[in-house]
Design a protein around this ligand. Structure first.
Ligand SMILES: *[C@@H]1O[C@H](CO)[C@@H](O)[C@H](O)[C@H]1NC(C)=O
Ligand SMILES: *[C@@H]1O[C@H](CO)[C@@H](O)[C@H](O)[C@H]1NC(C)=O
Ligand SMILES: *[C@@H]1O[C@H](CO)[C@@H](O)[C@H](O)[C@H]1NC(C)=O
Ligand SMILES: *[C@@H]1O[C@H](CO)[C@@H](O)[C@H](O)[C@H]1NC(C)=O
Ligand SMILES: [Zn+2]
Length: 521
C-alpha cells in the first residue's frame, strides 16, 4: 500500500494532470511528510563564510504562485520553495508606501531605509539633492563593503544594466537612480555629482568588485550601436560624452598589476578563465534581453544561470569567502509592460539560477537568501479551474464577458482593454484573445503610463548558517543585518547583537568626552 502511494506521488509529480484527483490517502501521506520535515528542523548556528543574496525584482507572492503553477503545476515548487526558513519583509521606503527598486535595495543591502529613487544614501537626502548627497555622513555602506573589509571577494550579477537601480545600492551613493550616466543628470548636478557608471568603475567599492556582470554598455561607453539584436534602452541613460569605462576598468587593473578579463558574449563567459581575480562582463547595450527572445547561441547574451555559475566559480577561490548579489531584474521589466507571461518565464529562469547555486555550494558554510525588493500589481483572480492554468480566462457574472485570470490593477494602454461603444464602456472579451501569447497584455482596471509596483510585503526564504533569523514579519532592512550577523562582518563583526547600534553610541560617548575635556580646559 505504502509503495503504491509513493508510486502515485511520484506519478503525480511528473504528470500534473493526475494530481487533480488527489484522494484522502494522498493528503494524509503528504501531510505526514510535511509534518515530519517541520518536526525535524535543525538550526545552523555557525558563522557563514559566504553569502549569496538573490533578488527577484518585482517578484511578489502572487508572481511566485503564478510562476510555480505555470512551470511546475500547483503541487510543484520553485527552487527556493523548499528552503526551511522564511519570513515576510515590509517594503515601504522612507517616504513611500509603495516603493521603487533602489530605495528597497538600499534597505536590503545597507540596512537603512532611503527615499524614493535614491540609492546608497540615508533619508536626510531627497531625490535630486545633489549637493546634500555629497556629504559623506549621508552615505550608507552595503554588505559588499563589509565583506571587502573582512577580506572576502565580492560581486554581483544582474539581467539589467549593471548601473540599474537594484545593483546601484551595492556600490553607489546617488540622489537619483536615473543618473546612470552623464546624459540624464540635471544641469546643477553635472560636474558636481558623479554618475552611477563612473562610481561603479572608479570609486570604492565598485572598483574592488571581483565580479560585475550584466547589461548596460550604453552607460559605460559611447557611442554604442543600436540594433534589434542588441537594442539600446530608450528609457535609460545613453552616454554621449565619448567615455570608455570598459577600457578604463581594464587599464586600472593593468596599472595595479592585477589579473583581469572582460567578457562580452555567452561564448566568452562560458570560457571564463577562473584563475583571474577581476571579471567584468557586459553583454548588452541595455538590459539583457528577455530570456524567451535572447539569442541563445555563442555570440548571444547569456542566461542568468550561466552568469551565476561563473560568478560562484570565480568568487569561491578566496579562502576567506565571498559575498554575491544575483538579480533576476527582468521580472519587473515585464510586469511594468504588463506582459505577465514574460514575467513568469523570467521567474522560471531566476529559479534555475538559484538551483544552480544550491547545487554548487556547501550550505553548512554558505547562507543563501532569496527575496524580492517589492511586489507588483498582478493578481491571480476569477475562479479558474486547475486544469486551465494561469494563462487562461474566466467570465464576469455581470456581463458574461471573459477576463484574463491574471489581472493588473494598473496598466499601460496595452493593458487597458476598454472602449466606448454606442455610448457605453465595454471591455474586450479576453476569451477571444490569445492570452498565453508572450506579448499579450493582461487586463488592467486603471489606465496609467505603465503597470505600477504594489505595496505588499514580500517573502524571504533562506538556507545555511543563521537562516533561521528569518522567522517573522520583518523590516526589509533585516536582510542586511542577518548577512552581517551570519558572516560576522560590518556592524556585527564581533557578533554582539547590540553592536549594530553601538557605532552611534560610541560617537555620542566620544562627543561627551570631548565636551568634558573642553569644559575642564
Ligand atoms: C488514491 O489514489 C491513488 C492514485 O492516485 C490510488 O492508487 C489509490 O488506490 C487511491 N486510494 C483510495 C483509498 O482511493
Ligand atoms: C559551454 O561549454 C560547454 C563545453 O565546451 C558546452 O558543452 C556548453 O554547451 C556551453 N554552454 C553554453 C551556454 O554555451
Ligand atoms: C445604441 O444604444 C441605443 C440606446 O441604448 C439603442 O437604442 C441602440 O439600439 C443601440 N445601437 C446599437 C447599434 O447597438
Ligand atoms: C498563442 O500564443 C502562443 C505563444 O506565442 C502560441 O504558442 C500559440 O500557438 C498561440 N495560440 C493560438 C490559438 O494562436
Ligand atoms: Zn522594480
Amino acid at each position: 500500500m505504502a509503495s503504491l502511494v509513493k508510486c502515485a506521488l511520484i506519478l503525480s509529480a511528473i504528470i500534473p494532470a493526475l494530481s487533480y484527483k488527489e484522494n484522502q490517502t494522498y493528503w494524509r501521506q503528504k501531510g505526514a511528510e510535511e509534518l515530519n520535515e517541520a518536526l525535524n528542523l535543525k538550526q545552523r548556528n555557525g558563522v557563514a563564510k559566504n553569502v549569496i543574496l538573490f533578488i527577484g525584482d518585482g517578484m511578489g507572492v502572487q508572481t511566485i504562485v503564478a510562476s510555480r503553477i505555470y512551470s511546475k503545476g500547483e503541487t510543484g515548487s520553485l527552487a527556493w520553495e523548499k528552503f526551511k526558513n522564511m519570513g515576510a519583509l515590509k517594503t515601504y521606503s522612507a517616504n513611500k508606501l509603495v516603493p521603487d527598486s533602489c530605495s528597497t535595495a538600499t534597505a536590503l543591502f545597507c540596512g537603512i531605509k532611503a527615499n524614493h529613487k535614491t540609492s546608497g544614501i540615508d533619508a536626510s537626502v531627497d531625490v535630486n539633492e545633489c549637493k546634500r548627497s555629497l556629504d559623506k555622513k549621508t552615505h550608507v555602506d552595503s554588505f559588499a563593503v563589509w565583506a571587502l573589509e573582512a577580506g572576502k571577494s565580492t560581486g554581483f550579477v544582474t539581467t539589467t544594466r549593471v548601473t540599474h537601480a537594484t545593483p546601484s545600492a551595492l556600490y553607489a551613493h546617488t540622489p537619483n537612480r536615473g543618473w546612470e550616466c552623464e546624459d540624464k543628470m540635471s544641469p546643477d548636478a553635472k560636474g558636481v555629482c558623479t554618475d552611477i557608471a563612473k562610481q561603479l568603475i572608479n570609486d570604492y567599492p565598485g572598483n574592488k568588485f571581483n565580479v560585475i556582470m550584466g547589461g548596460g554598455r550604453q552607460c559605460l561607453q559611447s557611442p554604442v550601436v543600436d540594433s534589434p539584436k542588441d537594442p539600446v534602452d530608450t528609457w535609460g541613460c545613453r552616454s554621449k560624452d565619448g567615455r570608455n569605462l570598459i577600457n578604463d576598468w581594464q587599464n586600472n587593473k593593468k596599472k595595479a598589476g592585477q589579473t583581469y578579463q572582460f567578457l562580452s558574449n555567452t561564448e566568452e563567459l562560458n570560457n571564463t578563465d577562473i584563475t583571474k581575480d577581476y571579471t567584468l562582463g557586459v553583454f548588452a547595450n541595455g538590459h539583457i534581453m528577455y530570456d524567451y527572445e535572447r539569442n541563445k547561441g555563442p555570440k548571444g547574451m547569456p542566461s542568468l544561470s550561466l552568469m551565476t555559475e561563473k560568478a560562484i566559480q570565480l568568487l569561491q577561490k578566496n579562502k576567506k569567502g565571498y559575498a554575491l548579489m544575483v538579480e533576476g531584474g527582468m521580472i519587473d521589466q515585464a510586469h511594468h509592460r504588463g506582459n505577465a507571461r514574460i514575467a513568469l518565464e523570467e521567474v522560471v529562469r531566476f529559479s534555475e539560477a538559484i538551483q544552480k547555486a544550491v547545487d554548487m555550494v556547501d550550505l553548512s558554510e554558505t547562507l543563501i537568501i532569496v527575496t524580492s525588493d517589492h511586489d507588483h500589481s498582478m493578481q491571480l483572480t476569477g475562479y479558474p479551474d486547475r486544469r486551465d492554468g494561469v494563462m487562461g480566462t474566466t467570465k464576469s457574472k455581470i456581463d458574461n464577458v471573459g477576463f484574463s485570470s491574471l489581472l493588473y490593477t494598473t496598466g499601460g494602454p496595452n493593458n487597458y482593454h476598454f472602449s466606448v461603444k454606442n455610448g457605453s464602456v465595454v471591455r474586450e472579451d479576453a476569451s477571444k484573445q490569445n492570452t498565453s501569447d508572450w506579448k499579450y497584455s493582461q487586463q488592467s482596471a486603471i489606465l496609467n503610463d505603465e503597470v505600477t509596483h504594489s505595496g505588499s510585503d514580500v517573502l524571504v526564504f533562506a538556507e545555511g548558517p543563521m537562516a533561521h533569523l528569518f522567522n517573522s514579519v520583518h523590516e526589509q532592512t533585516h536582510v542586511a543585518n542577518v548577512i552581517a550577523y551570519a558572516l560576522k562582518i560590518g556592524p556585527y563583526k564581533n557578533r554582539d547583537p547590540s553592536s549594530g547600534a553601538t557605532q552611534y553610541h560610541c560617537s555620542y560617548v566620544l562627543a561627551a568626552l570631548m565636551t568634558l575635556l573642553i569644559y575642564f580646559n
